[in-house]
Design a protein around this ligand. Structure first.
Ligand code: GLN
Ligand code: ZN
Length: 768
């Protein structure tokens, strides 16, 4: 029996890689210095894994930016627009140019597109393919890192993204071909790489094939069959571990079981039922290695050893110990690094810390599990098991988790709690009367520039350099001047600006019960960007209002309506580490009830328009379509619970960005927000099509300018977009607003852009 590690975080426990890469990009350190930091992290990780006792230690799981981009370098599929850089720049600079674009030394190239890695919050750089695409073994990083580990006397298992998944994740940049057809050209290059690894001494290769967690067509299935039979034929001595994660093999299973590979990895956290399917299958003879993904790589909770042992014992009925590996569900890239760094009791109380395991602790869990299976009488293992049982027992009955009132409220939820009093048409009439807004009402999405100064005040408060009173004075001034700015330029529905908020989830997490915060629990989101998601450990409830003070203060400054600004339950859930001792749906409904209370309090305080942001609704969609309905049901219900406690005359807005709506438009309509604002400007209003086709009945604010860029939109271009929208939608349904919040912008461009936006809305009114 072996312990098998799929991958380890590479940013370094103190985000050393983030800091070093950013310095390199600024020109503050040399390439050599950056390389040394990378080498240091790799060495530290390998030595740690070796010391703890991992058998299958991964290599090539390190990356300076992204593992898919590494594959692009490996296979030499460098887009033509960027390849010119090779002449004068190093490979490292070429690599970063693909990741981040390059506007320097006479170059002006755009980066590769970035998109989410399956349903994680990690983003990868999308490979680009052309019809005449050629490949070459351009980088031998995987071989170099294998040798680097060997020089430390560690025989590793190189981790490679399979050519099939690599092609699958890419995009055709022109018509007339399908990217999967490039496999024949890519395979020889991949084989060159395998040959180099074999001659360097590699015995096992982890071939990551996560596209098997999706619904695949025949084209992809055939590509999989072709690839693996070719590998087996050419390199019979090499052990390929086919590695899929994030969901079951599903209906790919029968094919997968017939592939000539040495082993299969199973994500048993996301999908524990597939083990039984495999053990029962006539295609499984018990001779393949099964790598059991037992330790959750996507969450922060300690493994329940008793539960895991039941699974292992089940597998042992059909597979002997030599062929059974103990593993994480997926790479630990998606977990924070090291729980031992957490010393701040205020943020992460000791009793909760006990329940957690970050990457370093998870590595140890793999070893303990193996020991428990092989040597059930080992004193060390028994001690670990007993301690584990004790902790789970304590967690189960802990007072800090359970809030009976909240559980009761969720149990008692009925359909009337997720329904407004009346249908939209009736509500609309009452809202029109109360709000008295012009045609093409103008508004913004919530945040105004979070300038260096705003952030420095928050930093100083945290370090206790200023008092809370001083801080509040400052926020007050910012809010005041933002309200008067919005009045001066003539916006119709104002916002308070969100100056008091660090982040749209963290702000609410800090004010809700059931949330804890790590100090160093960083997870790579993309490149050098890391996020530190809050940890939902217990029943979520609200003990007092969270936003009423600042919103009603802002409302007291103006006669125009100020829109209250909240983050929705699904987004709060989606951007946190979520407890695993109850269904996600239940946790989401608890959050929904807390937001519902806040919505009612805002209404009570005289706020007539309330926006509940749900930018993460779409990204919560399960990988396989068969699970969509069940998710969408509770997600939409949660939003409705949060928004349905108010009078007809109170106008509920929601906001979504970076989303495509076509396949979920019915569910979005079901959310029944009076107004939805969406990001549409970059797609030239294409994203509106879904709403138009569906005849979406409620009001819509299609974003008229891109807030990701400092560029000031002209009146003309916004007018064109609004004219387009007017052709598509009833004009009394149309709102005028930017694509998203303005927190990443500076004031000068914000001022000019919004002045133009108001002018355009005024012009549209005269045209109608
Ligand atoms: N209200 C938030 C803001 O304006 C919305 C952010 C988002 O959609 N990501 O910043
Ligand atoms: Zn947005």
């Amino acid at each position: 029996m072996k312990t098998n590690l799929l991958g380890y975080p590479r940013i370094g426990a103190n985000r050393a890689l983030k800091k070093a890469s950013e310095k390199y990009w600024q020109g503050a350190i040399s390439a050599e210095e950056l390389n040394q930091v990378g080498e240091g992290i790799r060495k530290e990780n390998w030595l740690l894994q070796q010391e703890v006792g991992i058998d299958m230690i991964p290599s090539n799981d390190f990356s300076f930016y992204d593992q898919v981009l590494d594959a692009t370098m490996t296979y030499g599929s460098i887009p033509k627009r960027i390849a010119g850089i090779k002449k004068n720049k190093s490979d490292l600079d070429l690599y970063f140019a693909m990741a981040r674009g390059l506007q320097q030394d006479g170059y002006d190239v755009t980066a590769l597109e970035m998109t989410k890695w399956f349903d994680t919050n990690y983003h990868f750089l999308v490979p680009e393919f052309t019809k005449d695409q050629s490949f070459e073994l351009y980088s031998t990083k995987a071989v170099d890192e294998f040798k680097e580990a060997l020089s430390l006397e560690i025989l590793t298992k190189p981790v490679l993204i399979s050519p099939v998944t690599y092609l699958f994740l890419g995009k055709e940049k022109e018509g007339g071909f399908h990217r999967m057809d490039l496999l024949d050209k890519l395979m020889p290059i991949f084989f060159e790489l395998l040959e180099q690894l074999i001659s360097a001494g590699a015995k096992y290769v982890q071939l990551d094939e996560p596209c098997l967690a999706l619904d695949l067509g025949d084209r992809e299935k055939n590509a999989v069959k072709k690839l693996y039979s070719n590998i087996a034929e050419k390199y019979p001595q090499l052990n390929i571990i086919l590695t899929n994660y994030f969901d079951c093999y599903g209906d790919n299973l029968e094919m997968v079981l017939q592939l000539p590979v040495s082993g299969l990895h199973l994500d048993l956290v996301r999908c524990h039922l597939q083990l039984d399917d495999i053990l029962k299958s006539p295609y499984f003879d018990g001779k393949k290695i099964l790598s059991l993904g037992l330790v959750d790589g996507r969450n922060v909770w300690m493994n329940n050893f008793e539960d895991s042992l039941v699974i292992v014992k089940n597998a042992l009925e059909k597979v002997n110990t030599d062929n059974l590996w103990i593993s994480g569900s997926c790479s630990f890239l998606h977990s924070p690094c090291d729980l031992d760094l957490e010393k701040n009791e205020e943020n992460l109380p000791g009793n909760i810390k006990q329940w957690l395991a970050f990457a370093k602790q998870k590595v140890k869990e793999l070893v303990v599990l193996k020991e428990l299976v092989l040597y059930p009488k080992s004193e060390w293992a028994i001690r670990n098991l007993e301690e584990n049982k004790r902790i789970f027992e304590a967690r189960k009955y802990s007072k800090s988790i359970h809030h009976p009132l909240t559980k009761n409220r969720v149990n008692k939820l009925s359909s009337k709690d997720s329904k407004r009093h009346n249908v939209f048409q009736i509500r609309r009439a009452k809202q029109v009367k109360k709000l008295n807004l012009p045609l093409y009402p103008t508004t913004t999405i919530g945040s105004f520039p979070q300038t260096q100064e705003v952030r420095s005040w928050r930093g100083r408060l945290k370090k206790k350099e200023i008092s809370l009173k001083e801080y509040n004075e400052f926020i007050k001034k910012e809010t005041e001047s933002t309200i008067s700015f919005q009045e001066d330029i003539g916006l119709d529905v104002l916002v308070h600006g969100e100056f008091e908020r660090n982040d749209m989830v963290e702000y609410f997490g800090e004010r809700l019960n059931g949330f804890a915060f790590s100090s160093y629990g960083w997870v790579q989101s993309y490149g050098s960007r890391c996020v530190k998601p809050p940890i939902i450990f217990g029943d979520v409830y609200r003990s007092k209002p969270m936003t009423v003070k600042w919103t009603s203060f802002a409302q007291s400054l103006t006669k125009k309506p100020v829109k209250g600004m909240l983050t929705g339950p699904v987004t709060i859930l989606q951007w946190s580490f979520v407890r695993n001792d109850q269904p996600r749906a239940t946790t989401c409904k608890q959050i929904a009830l807390a937001i519902r209370d806040e919505v009612k309090d805002l209404e009570q305080s005289g706020v007539n328009i309330i926006q509940i942001d749900e930018p993460a609704i779409r990204e919560g969609l399960p990988l396989r379509q068969e699970h969509w309905d069940s998710y969408l049901n509770w997600a939409v219900e949660s939003f409705r619970i949060s928004s349905s406690g108010v009078e007809d005359s109170t106008q509920i807005h929601t906001h979504m960005c970076y989303s495509e709506f076509n396949d979920i438009i019915k569910n979005i309509a079901d959310m029944d927000a009076d107004v939805i604002t969406i990001e549409t400007s970059r797609s030239e209003m294409e994203l509106l099509d879904a709403f138009v086709k569906f005849k979406y009945p409620n009001e819509i604010g299609p974003g008229v300018y891109d807030i990701h860029s400092a560029r000031i939109p002209t009146e003309k271009e916004m007018e064109l977009l609004l004219l387009k929208a007017t052709e598509l939608l009833p004009q009394e349904n149309i709102w005028v607003n930017p694509d998203c919040g303005l927190k990443t912008r500076d004031w000068p461009e914000t001022e000019s852009a919004l002045i133009n936006l108001v002018n355009v809305a005024k012009k549209m009114r005269t045209l109608s």
